[in-house]
Ligand binder design. Sequence first.
Ligand code: FPP
Length: 229
Amino acid sequence: MSHKIRHLAIIMDGNGRWAEKKGLSRSAGHKAGADAVKNIVTACRKRGLEYLTLYAFSRENWSRPKHEVNFLFDLLLKFLRQELNALIENSIRLNILGDPQELPFPVRQALRHACSKSSAGREMVLNMALNYSGRDEILRACRSLLQQGADPEKVDEQLFRSALYTGAQPDPDLIVRTSGEQRLSNYLVFQAAYAEFYFTPVLWPDFDEAELDRAFEDFQHRQRRFGGL
Ligand code: FPP
């Protein structure tokens, strides 16, 4: 039986190690990582995925040296500038998971612009997790429901989900992490409850279309029972 993947989530890891192995700067690794982002977004759209979620910047990433943080945001700005038209042409809607308030003003502005310009996209949603923390997302949802004065008896899964960044989106079917690390790192903590996991030693800049197909192929052999038999 072939399972359809509606939602793929990726933890893009290993840019630094990729660069180190080649004797390059970490920045060169992130730049190669941004090229991989372009290729994987295109490949996922071609394969008819409905939701692609990329972990672009976690709340924990703020602890990196300031110049590296700045470089990552510059790359994001460049990506938005260069790719917005392609997103629109391919009917891909950009959506942000995370709290934009703490992002630098030009990044916030560019994100707002790109989300609004691509909002008519119906074929695929590209979720970018930015300044994202899964635990914080859950706490934020609790706060929001309390502030709305929600009736405790009515707080069911559906209502709770509506207060998460992912709203009415389906949960990820598959979560891929590159670079050999095997942990969730505060990613989609609520939504990952029944996700399948695929860990590969391949470093993110080397994760290409063929590697994506390998992950999809592996997923086809999983038996998803969702707690049933
Ligand atoms: C992990 O590599 C990568 C990140 C910090 C986040 C992902 C960033 C990109 C793919 C670059 C550009 C992104 C966009 C959206 C244009 P690492 O630095 O943790 O690698 P290491 O563990 O080998 O040091």
